[in-house]
Ligand binder design. Sequence first.
Ligand code: HDL
Ligand code: ZN
Length: 375
Amino acid sequence: MISPDQFDMRAEVDRAIGEAPITDLHTHLFAPEFGKMNLWGIDELLTYHYLIAESLRADPTLSPEQFFASTKSEQADFVWKTLFVDRAPLSEATAGVLTVLQAFGLETESTNLKQAREFFADQDPRSHLDRVLELAGVQALVMTNDPTDPAERALWDAGIEPDPRFLTALRVDRMVDADEATLQKWVDRMKPRYVAISLTEIGSLPEPFFAICRKNNLPFAIMLGVRRAINPRLGPAGDGVITADLSRLEDLVRKNPDIRFLVTTLARENAHGLCVAARKFPNLLPFGCWWFMNNPSLVEEQTLMRLEMLGPTFVPQHSDARVLEQLIYKWTHSRGSISNALAKRFSDMPVAPSPDKIQQTANALMGGIAQGWIS
Ligand code: HDL
Ligand code: ZN
Protein backbone atom coordinates (compact mmCIF):
# COMPACT_ATOMS: atom_id res chain seq x y z
CA MET A 1 0.00 0.00 0.00
CA ILE A 2 1.51 3.32 -1.09
CA SER A 3 1.29 5.85 1.73
CA PRO A 4 -0.60 8.99 0.62
CA ASP A 5 2.52 11.16 0.78
CA GLN A 6 4.52 8.71 -1.35
CA PHE A 7 2.46 8.88 -4.61
CA ASP A 8 2.22 11.57 -7.24
CA MET A 9 -1.34 12.71 -6.63
CA ARG A 10 -1.66 14.61 -9.91
CA ALA A 11 -0.49 11.62 -11.91
CA GLU A 12 -2.92 9.43 -9.98
CA VAL A 13 -5.85 11.75 -10.76
CA ASP A 14 -4.91 11.87 -14.46
CA ARG A 15 -4.65 8.08 -14.58
CA ALA A 16 -7.95 7.51 -12.74
CA ILE A 17 -9.90 10.04 -14.84
CA GLY A 18 -8.22 8.75 -17.99
CA GLU A 19 -9.23 5.13 -17.28
CA ALA A 20 -12.70 5.67 -15.77
CA PRO A 21 -15.38 4.27 -18.13
CA ILE A 22 -17.62 7.05 -19.47
CA THR A 23 -21.39 7.08 -19.67
CA ASP A 24 -22.26 10.02 -21.93
CA LEU A 25 -25.68 11.27 -20.77
CA HIS A 26 -26.46 13.54 -23.75
CA THR A 27 -25.55 13.26 -27.42
CA HIS A 28 -27.18 13.73 -30.83
CA LEU A 29 -25.48 10.63 -32.14
CA PHE A 30 -27.38 7.75 -33.69
CA ALA A 31 -26.54 4.06 -33.62
CA PRO A 32 -25.37 2.58 -36.96
CA GLU A 33 -28.81 1.01 -37.40
CA PHE A 34 -30.14 4.55 -38.02
CA GLY A 35 -28.24 4.68 -41.33
CA LYS A 36 -27.66 8.19 -42.68
CA MET A 37 -28.72 9.73 -39.35
CA ASN A 38 -25.42 8.37 -38.01
CA LEU A 39 -23.05 11.21 -38.96
CA TRP A 40 -19.29 10.55 -39.18
CA GLY A 41 -16.20 11.56 -41.22
CA ILE A 42 -14.31 14.75 -42.02
CA ASP A 43 -17.02 16.56 -44.00
CA GLU A 44 -19.53 16.08 -41.19
CA LEU A 45 -16.92 17.14 -38.61
CA LEU A 46 -16.17 20.35 -40.50
CA THR A 47 -19.82 21.26 -41.12
CA TYR A 48 -20.67 21.00 -37.39
CA HIS A 49 -22.87 24.01 -36.76
CA TYR A 50 -20.37 25.49 -34.29
CA LEU A 51 -17.86 25.73 -37.17
CA ILE A 52 -20.46 27.09 -39.58
CA ALA A 53 -21.08 30.06 -37.27
CA GLU A 54 -17.35 30.61 -36.74
CA SER A 55 -16.42 30.45 -40.43
CA LEU A 56 -19.26 32.72 -41.62
CA ARG A 57 -18.13 35.22 -38.99
CA ALA A 58 -14.49 34.96 -40.02
CA ASP A 59 -15.28 35.42 -43.71
CA PRO A 60 -18.61 37.29 -44.10
CA THR A 61 -18.04 37.69 -47.84
CA LEU A 62 -19.96 34.41 -48.12
CA SER A 63 -23.58 34.85 -46.99
CA PRO A 64 -25.32 32.15 -44.93
CA GLU A 65 -27.68 31.64 -47.85
CA GLN A 66 -24.78 31.03 -50.26
CA PHE A 67 -23.14 28.68 -47.72
CA PHE A 68 -26.25 26.57 -47.20
CA ALA A 69 -26.86 26.45 -50.97
CA SER A 70 -23.46 24.81 -51.54
CA THR A 71 -22.69 21.09 -51.27
CA LYS A 72 -21.50 19.42 -48.06
CA SER A 73 -17.95 19.06 -49.41
CA GLU A 74 -17.91 22.68 -50.65
CA GLN A 75 -19.03 23.76 -47.16
CA ALA A 76 -16.29 21.66 -45.54
CA ASP A 77 -13.67 23.09 -47.90
CA PHE A 78 -14.81 26.64 -47.00
CA VAL A 79 -14.62 25.93 -43.27
CA TRP A 80 -11.20 24.27 -43.56
CA LYS A 81 -9.76 27.18 -45.60
CA THR A 82 -11.37 29.92 -43.50
CA LEU A 83 -10.61 28.58 -40.02
CA PHE A 84 -7.60 26.28 -40.48
CA VAL A 85 -5.61 27.64 -43.48
CA ASP A 86 -6.27 31.39 -43.60
CA ARG A 87 -6.15 31.67 -39.80
CA ALA A 88 -4.72 29.87 -36.79
CA PRO A 89 -7.32 27.42 -35.48
CA LEU A 90 -7.83 28.52 -31.88
CA SER A 91 -11.48 27.91 -31.01
CA GLU A 92 -12.61 24.80 -29.11
CA ALA A 93 -14.49 23.51 -32.15
CA THR A 94 -11.44 23.86 -34.42
CA ALA A 95 -9.21 22.33 -31.75
CA GLY A 96 -11.61 19.40 -31.73
CA VAL A 97 -11.16 18.70 -35.41
CA LEU A 98 -7.37 18.78 -34.98
CA THR A 99 -7.57 16.37 -32.01
CA VAL A 100 -9.60 13.93 -34.11
CA LEU A 101 -7.20 14.16 -37.08
CA GLN A 102 -4.26 13.58 -34.74
CA ALA A 103 -6.01 10.59 -33.13
CA PHE A 104 -6.03 8.88 -36.54
CA GLY A 105 -2.53 10.05 -37.49
CA LEU A 106 -3.83 12.36 -40.24
CA GLU A 107 -2.30 15.61 -41.49
CA THR A 108 -3.42 18.69 -39.55
CA GLU A 109 -1.82 21.42 -41.67
CA SER A 110 -2.74 20.41 -45.19
CA THR A 111 -4.27 23.04 -47.47
CA ASN A 112 -6.88 20.49 -48.61
CA LEU A 113 -8.94 17.58 -47.26
CA LYS A 114 -7.83 14.89 -49.74
CA GLN A 115 -5.99 12.65 -47.26
CA ALA A 116 -8.69 12.92 -44.58
CA ARG A 117 -11.47 12.15 -47.06
CA GLU A 118 -9.61 9.09 -48.36
CA PHE A 119 -9.02 7.84 -44.81
CA PHE A 120 -12.65 8.08 -43.69
CA ALA A 121 -13.91 6.69 -47.00
CA ASP A 122 -11.78 3.59 -46.36
CA GLN A 123 -13.23 2.90 -42.89
CA ASP A 124 -15.63 0.05 -42.21
CA PRO A 125 -18.47 1.73 -40.25
CA ARG A 126 -18.74 -0.94 -37.54
CA SER A 127 -15.03 -1.29 -36.76
CA HIS A 128 -14.65 2.50 -37.00
CA LEU A 129 -17.42 2.89 -34.42
CA ASP A 130 -15.69 0.45 -32.07
CA ARG A 131 -12.38 2.29 -32.53
CA VAL A 132 -13.95 5.70 -31.82
CA LEU A 133 -15.68 4.48 -28.65
CA GLU A 134 -12.40 2.90 -27.50
CA LEU A 135 -10.37 6.08 -28.20
CA ALA A 136 -13.00 8.19 -26.41
CA GLY A 137 -13.32 5.79 -23.45
CA VAL A 138 -17.10 5.79 -23.84
CA GLN A 139 -18.88 2.60 -22.75
CA ALA A 140 -22.43 3.88 -23.22
CA LEU A 141 -24.06 7.01 -24.60
CA VAL A 142 -27.57 8.43 -24.70
CA MET A 143 -29.06 9.53 -28.01
CA THR A 144 -31.66 12.30 -28.49
CA ASN A 145 -34.72 10.59 -29.91
CA ASP A 146 -37.53 12.69 -31.35
CA PRO A 147 -40.66 10.83 -32.56
CA THR A 148 -41.80 13.98 -34.40
CA ASP A 149 -38.83 13.66 -36.77
CA PRO A 150 -40.30 11.82 -39.77
CA ALA A 151 -37.01 10.09 -40.68
CA GLU A 152 -36.49 8.80 -37.14
CA ARG A 153 -40.16 7.89 -36.64
CA ALA A 154 -40.11 5.75 -39.80
CA LEU A 155 -37.16 3.75 -38.43
CA TRP A 156 -38.89 3.14 -35.08
CA ASP A 157 -42.09 2.16 -36.87
CA ALA A 158 -40.02 -0.28 -38.96
CA GLY A 159 -38.83 -2.01 -35.77
CA ILE A 160 -35.29 -0.65 -35.37
CA GLU A 161 -33.19 -2.21 -32.59
CA PRO A 162 -30.23 0.11 -31.79
CA ASP A 163 -26.73 -1.08 -30.85
CA PRO A 164 -27.01 -1.67 -27.06
CA ARG A 165 -24.26 0.87 -26.37
CA PHE A 166 -26.63 3.56 -27.74
CA LEU A 167 -29.27 4.26 -25.12
CA THR A 168 -32.40 6.28 -25.84
CA ALA A 169 -33.90 9.50 -24.46
CA LEU A 170 -37.40 10.72 -25.36
CA ARG A 171 -37.03 14.33 -26.48
CA VAL A 172 -40.32 16.19 -26.05
CA ASP A 173 -39.54 19.73 -27.27
CA ARG A 174 -42.05 19.22 -30.09
CA MET A 175 -44.52 17.08 -28.12
CA VAL A 176 -46.05 19.66 -25.75
CA ASP A 177 -49.52 18.85 -27.13
CA ALA A 178 -49.11 15.06 -26.89
CA ASP A 179 -51.45 13.22 -24.52
CA GLU A 180 -50.21 10.68 -21.97
CA ALA A 181 -51.20 7.71 -24.15
CA THR A 182 -49.13 8.97 -27.07
CA LEU A 183 -46.12 9.64 -24.85
CA GLN A 184 -46.50 6.21 -23.24
CA LYS A 185 -46.59 4.57 -26.66
CA TRP A 186 -43.17 6.05 -27.42
CA VAL A 187 -41.86 5.12 -23.98
CA ASP A 188 -42.94 1.53 -24.64
CA ARG A 189 -41.34 1.57 -28.12
CA MET A 190 -38.08 3.44 -27.40
CA LYS A 191 -37.50 2.40 -23.76
CA PRO A 192 -35.90 5.78 -22.97
CA ARG A 193 -33.59 6.25 -19.98
CA TYR A 194 -35.03 9.72 -19.39
CA VAL A 195 -37.43 12.29 -20.87
CA ALA A 196 -35.73 15.51 -22.04
CA ILE A 197 -36.69 19.03 -23.03
CA SER A 198 -34.75 22.20 -23.81
CA LEU A 199 -36.24 25.48 -22.63
CA THR A 200 -35.62 29.20 -22.71
CA GLU A 201 -37.35 29.60 -19.36
CA ILE A 202 -39.39 27.23 -17.22
CA GLY A 203 -43.11 27.88 -17.66
CA SER A 204 -46.07 25.62 -17.07
CA LEU A 205 -44.94 22.25 -18.44
CA PRO A 206 -47.51 19.75 -19.73
CA GLU A 207 -48.77 17.41 -16.98
CA PRO A 208 -48.41 14.32 -19.22
CA PHE A 209 -44.62 14.82 -19.15
CA PHE A 210 -44.61 14.35 -15.38
CA ALA A 211 -47.19 11.58 -15.56
CA ILE A 212 -45.00 9.38 -17.79
CA CYS A 213 -41.92 10.12 -15.70
CA ARG A 214 -43.78 8.96 -12.58
CA LYS A 215 -45.44 5.98 -14.27
CA ASN A 216 -42.17 4.71 -15.78
CA ASN A 217 -39.83 5.95 -13.03
CA LEU A 218 -37.91 8.08 -15.55
CA PRO A 219 -35.81 11.17 -14.79
CA PHE A 220 -36.87 14.43 -16.44
CA ALA A 221 -33.93 16.26 -18.08
CA ILE A 222 -34.27 20.03 -18.38
CA MET A 223 -31.75 21.85 -20.59
CA LEU A 224 -32.30 25.48 -19.65
CA GLY A 225 -31.38 28.87 -21.06
CA VAL A 226 -31.38 28.49 -24.83
CA ARG A 227 -32.83 31.34 -26.90
CA ARG A 228 -33.65 29.70 -30.21
CA ALA A 229 -32.96 31.32 -33.61
CA ILE A 230 -31.51 34.67 -32.52
CA ASN A 231 -30.10 34.70 -36.04
CA PRO A 232 -32.40 32.49 -38.13
CA ARG A 233 -30.20 32.92 -41.23
CA LEU A 234 -27.65 30.61 -39.58
CA GLY A 235 -30.11 27.74 -39.33
CA PRO A 236 -28.89 25.15 -36.75
CA ALA A 237 -26.08 27.55 -35.86
CA GLY A 238 -28.45 30.41 -35.08
CA ASP A 239 -29.34 29.76 -31.42
CA GLY A 240 -28.27 31.95 -28.51
CA VAL A 241 -28.18 31.97 -24.71
CA ILE A 242 -30.19 33.66 -21.96
CA THR A 243 -29.76 33.71 -18.18
CA ALA A 244 -32.76 31.77 -16.93
CA ASP A 245 -34.78 32.50 -13.76
CA LEU A 246 -33.73 29.55 -11.59
CA SER A 247 -36.43 30.29 -9.00
CA ARG A 248 -38.88 28.60 -11.40
CA LEU A 249 -36.67 25.51 -11.49
CA GLU A 250 -36.44 25.46 -7.69
CA ASP A 251 -40.25 25.70 -7.40
CA LEU A 252 -40.71 22.90 -9.97
CA VAL A 253 -38.24 20.58 -8.20
CA ARG A 254 -39.72 21.36 -4.76
CA LYS A 255 -43.26 20.63 -5.98
CA ASN A 256 -42.20 17.31 -7.54
CA PRO A 257 -40.03 15.55 -4.92
CA ASP A 258 -40.92 12.19 -6.47
CA ILE A 259 -39.35 13.07 -9.83
CA ARG A 260 -35.61 13.06 -10.46
CA PHE A 261 -34.50 16.13 -12.45
CA LEU A 262 -31.37 16.10 -14.60
CA VAL A 263 -30.52 19.76 -15.23
CA THR A 264 -27.93 21.60 -17.29
CA THR A 265 -27.85 25.37 -17.85
CA LEU A 266 -26.52 27.16 -20.90
CA ALA A 267 -25.57 30.49 -19.30
CA ARG A 268 -22.36 30.77 -17.28
CA GLU A 269 -24.35 33.13 -15.03
CA ASN A 270 -26.67 30.25 -14.08
CA ALA A 271 -23.85 27.85 -13.10
CA HIS A 272 -23.51 29.01 -9.49
CA GLY A 273 -27.27 29.18 -8.88
CA LEU A 274 -27.67 25.63 -10.19
CA CYS A 275 -25.11 24.42 -7.64
CA VAL A 276 -26.98 26.21 -4.83
CA ALA A 277 -30.28 24.69 -5.96
CA ALA A 278 -28.71 21.22 -6.18
CA ARG A 279 -27.58 21.56 -2.55
CA LYS A 280 -31.23 21.93 -1.54
CA PHE A 281 -32.75 19.07 -3.54
CA PRO A 282 -31.34 15.52 -3.74
CA ASN A 283 -33.67 14.96 -6.73
CA LEU A 284 -31.79 17.64 -8.72
CA LEU A 285 -28.66 16.40 -10.52
CA PRO A 286 -26.54 18.90 -12.46
CA PHE A 287 -25.17 17.18 -15.59
CA GLY A 288 -22.51 18.44 -17.96
CA CYS A 289 -21.29 21.74 -19.33
CA TRP A 290 -23.81 22.25 -22.10
CA TRP A 291 -23.01 23.69 -25.59
CA PHE A 292 -21.64 27.23 -25.05
CA MET A 293 -20.36 26.06 -21.64
CA ASN A 294 -18.36 23.23 -23.22
CA ASN A 295 -15.06 25.12 -23.43
CA PRO A 296 -12.00 23.95 -21.45
CA SER A 297 -11.84 27.12 -19.32
CA LEU A 298 -15.53 26.88 -18.40
CA VAL A 299 -15.53 23.09 -17.87
CA GLU A 300 -12.65 23.46 -15.42
CA GLU A 301 -14.26 26.48 -13.69
CA GLN A 302 -17.68 24.82 -13.40
CA THR A 303 -16.29 21.45 -12.27
CA LEU A 304 -14.19 23.11 -9.55
CA MET A 305 -17.22 25.12 -8.36
CA ARG A 306 -19.39 21.99 -8.37
CA LEU A 307 -16.77 20.03 -6.38
CA GLU A 308 -16.48 22.84 -3.84
CA MET A 309 -20.28 23.07 -3.40
CA LEU A 310 -21.51 19.52 -4.03
CA GLY A 311 -18.57 17.18 -3.52
CA PRO A 312 -18.49 14.27 -6.01
CA THR A 313 -22.30 14.09 -6.36
CA PHE A 314 -22.89 15.46 -9.86
CA VAL A 315 -22.16 14.53 -13.48
CA PRO A 316 -19.39 16.86 -14.69
CA GLN A 317 -19.84 16.39 -18.42
CA HIS A 318 -21.85 15.17 -21.37
CA SER A 319 -20.49 15.50 -24.90
CA ASP A 320 -23.53 16.78 -26.82
CA ALA A 321 -21.74 15.21 -29.80
CA ARG A 322 -23.50 15.34 -33.17
CA VAL A 323 -20.78 13.61 -35.25
CA LEU A 324 -19.35 10.26 -34.10
CA GLU A 325 -15.65 11.21 -33.95
CA GLN A 326 -16.46 14.27 -31.82
CA LEU A 327 -16.62 11.83 -28.89
CA ILE A 328 -12.82 11.58 -29.12
CA TYR A 329 -12.14 15.29 -28.74
CA LYS A 330 -15.02 16.24 -26.48
CA TRP A 331 -14.00 13.59 -23.97
CA THR A 332 -10.23 14.02 -24.36
CA HIS A 333 -10.54 17.75 -23.76
CA SER A 334 -13.08 17.32 -20.95
CA ARG A 335 -10.99 14.71 -19.13
CA GLY A 336 -8.16 17.26 -19.08
CA SER A 337 -10.37 20.00 -17.62
CA ILE A 338 -12.01 17.65 -15.11
CA SER A 339 -8.61 16.32 -14.03
CA ASN A 340 -7.33 19.86 -13.51
CA ALA A 341 -10.30 20.70 -11.28
CA LEU A 342 -10.23 17.41 -9.37
CA ALA A 343 -6.47 17.51 -8.79
CA LYS A 344 -6.72 21.10 -7.53
CA ARG A 345 -9.55 20.12 -5.20
CA PHE A 346 -7.71 17.10 -3.82
CA SER A 347 -4.51 19.13 -3.35
CA ASP A 348 -6.42 21.92 -1.58
CA MET A 349 -7.95 19.45 0.89
CA PRO A 350 -6.39 19.38 4.38
CA VAL A 351 -5.98 15.59 4.11
CA ALA A 352 -4.40 13.89 1.08
CA PRO A 353 -6.61 11.28 -0.63
CA SER A 354 -5.64 7.63 -0.96
CA PRO A 355 -5.26 6.21 -4.50
CA ASP A 356 -8.42 4.19 -3.84
CA LYS A 357 -10.40 7.34 -2.98
CA ILE A 358 -9.15 8.98 -6.17
CA GLN A 359 -10.21 5.99 -8.30
CA GLN A 360 -13.60 5.80 -6.54
CA THR A 361 -14.19 9.50 -7.23
CA ALA A 362 -13.12 9.31 -10.87
CA ASN A 363 -15.33 6.28 -11.53
CA ALA A 364 -18.33 8.03 -9.94
CA LEU A 365 -17.88 11.30 -11.83
CA MET A 366 -17.20 9.80 -15.26
CA GLY A 367 -19.92 7.18 -15.28
CA GLY A 368 -21.05 5.74 -11.98
CA ILE A 369 -23.41 8.54 -10.93
CA ALA A 370 -24.88 8.77 -14.43
CA GLN A 371 -25.46 5.01 -14.58
CA GLY A 372 -27.13 5.14 -11.18
CA TRP A 373 -29.65 7.70 -12.47
CA ILE A 374 -30.52 6.05 -15.78
CA SER A 375 -30.46 2.34 -14.91
O1 HDL B 1 -31.01 21.32 -27.68
C1 HDL B 1 -29.96 20.69 -27.58
O2 HDL B 1 -29.88 19.48 -27.20
C2 HDL B 1 -28.69 21.41 -28.00
O3 HDL B 1 -27.56 20.63 -27.64
C3 HDL B 1 -28.73 21.66 -29.50
O4 HDL B 1 -28.88 20.42 -30.16
C4 HDL B 1 -27.54 22.42 -30.04
O5 HDL B 1 -27.74 22.69 -31.41
C5 HDL B 1 -26.24 21.67 -29.91
O6 HDL B 1 -25.93 20.79 -30.69
N1 HDL B 1 -25.44 22.07 -28.94
O7 HDL B 1 -24.22 21.48 -28.76
ZN1 ZN C 1 -27.87 18.71 -27.29
